[in-house]
Write a protein that binds this ligand. Structure first.
Ligand code: HEC
Ligand code: HEC
Length: 184
C-alpha cells in the first residue's frame, strides 16, 4: 500500500516535469524546489509528545510566533479540549515554537503562514484560518473536506497531504480520500 502511494506520486511528479513547458514562471520556481520541504519538519521530541497526540504535531513554521504564544497561553481551553502539559514541558515547547515560527525562519512558505491575521482577537489562532491557507484551499469543496468522513477537518493535513508529517505540502502530492489525486 505504502509503495503504491509513493509510486503514484512519483508518476505525478514525472507528468508535472514533462508538462513543464506549459507552466508559468512562478510554478516553475516552486517545482525547481520540489525536493525542499515547504516547512521544516517538527523533530523536537518533547513537542511531538505534547502536541502530536490528538492531531499531527503541526510544524512550527505554519504560524507566526505571536499566534503560537496565544495557543500556548490557553491550553486549558484548547479548541474544546484540555491540552495542558507540565510547566517545564510548556516552557520547552513554547521556546521551540517561537524559535522556529513562520516569521522567525525563512522556509518556502514562511512569508505566507508568517503573515499576521491568524484568528481574531477573541478566537484562538488557526493555521486553517490564515489568509494564506484560505487562498490555497478555496477550490477544495466542503464535501471533500469537512463533509468527508475520512477527513472531517481542514486541520487534518495528513489526510490529504501524503507527506504532511515531513513538512511537504506540494499540491502534486495531494490525494484526497475517496477522491484520489488532485487536479486543478
Ligand atoms: C487533548 C487533545 C489535544 C492536544 C493534546 C493538543 N491539541 Fe491542538 N487541537 C485539538 C483539537 C480538538 C483541535 C481542533 C481541531 C479541528 O478543528 O479539527 C486542535 C487544534 C489545534 C490548532 C489549530 C488547527 C487549525 O485549525 O489550524 C493548533 C495550532 C493546535 N491545535 C496546536 C496545538 C499545540 C501547540 C499543542 C501542544 C501544546 C496541541 N495542539 C495539543 C486537540 C488537542
Ligand atoms: C481536504 C484535503 C486537504 C486538507 C485537509 C488540507 N489540504 Fe492543503 N491542499 C489541498 C489541495 C487539494 C491543495 C491544492 C489546491 C490547489 O492548488 O488547487 C492544497 C494545497 C496546499 C498548499 C499549497 C501547495 C502548493 O503547492 O502550492 C499548502 C501549503 C497546504 N495545502 C497546506 C496544508 C496544511 C498545513 C494543512 C493542514 C493544516 C492542509 N493543507 C490541509 C487539500 C487539503
Amino acid at each position: 500500500m505504502r509503495t503504491k502511494i509513493v509510486t503514484g506520486s512519483f508518476a505525478l511528479a514525472v507528468v508535472a516535469a514533462v508538462g513543464g513547458g506549459l507552466v508559468g514562471a512562478g510554478d516553475r520556481g516552486e517545482r525547481a524546489g520540489h525536493d525542499r520541504a515547504d516547512v521544516a519538519p517538527a523533530t523536537d521530541a518533547r513537542y511531538r509528545a505534547a502536541c502530536g497526540e490528538c492531531h499531527m504535531a503541526f510544524q512550527p513554521g505554519l504560524l507566526p510566533a505571536a499566534a503560537w504564544d496565544r495557543v500556548m497561553a490557553t491550553l486549558d481551553r484548547h479548541f474544546g479540549d484540555d491540552a495542558q502539559v507540565p510547566p517545564a514541558t510548556a516552557d520547552a515547547v513554547r521556546d521551540y515554537l517561537a524559535a522556529n515560527a513562520a516569521d522567525r525562519t525563512d522556509g518556502r512558505r514562511a512569508a505566507g503562514f508568517g503573515s499576521p491575521g491568524a484568528g481574531s482577537a477573541t478566537s484562538l489562532p488557526r493555521i486553517t484560518e490564515t489568509r494564506y491557507f484560505s487562498g490555497k484551499h478555496h477550490d477544495v469543496p466542503a464535501r471533500l473536506a469537512t463533509g468527508n468522513p475520512q477527513v472531517r477537518s481542514f486541520a487534518n493535513c495528513p489526510a490529504c497531504h501524503q507527506r504532511a508529517e515531513a513538512g511537504s505540502y506540494n499540491e502534486h502530492e495531494v490525494r484526497i480520500p475517496g477522491a484520489g489525486p488532485w487536479h486543478d
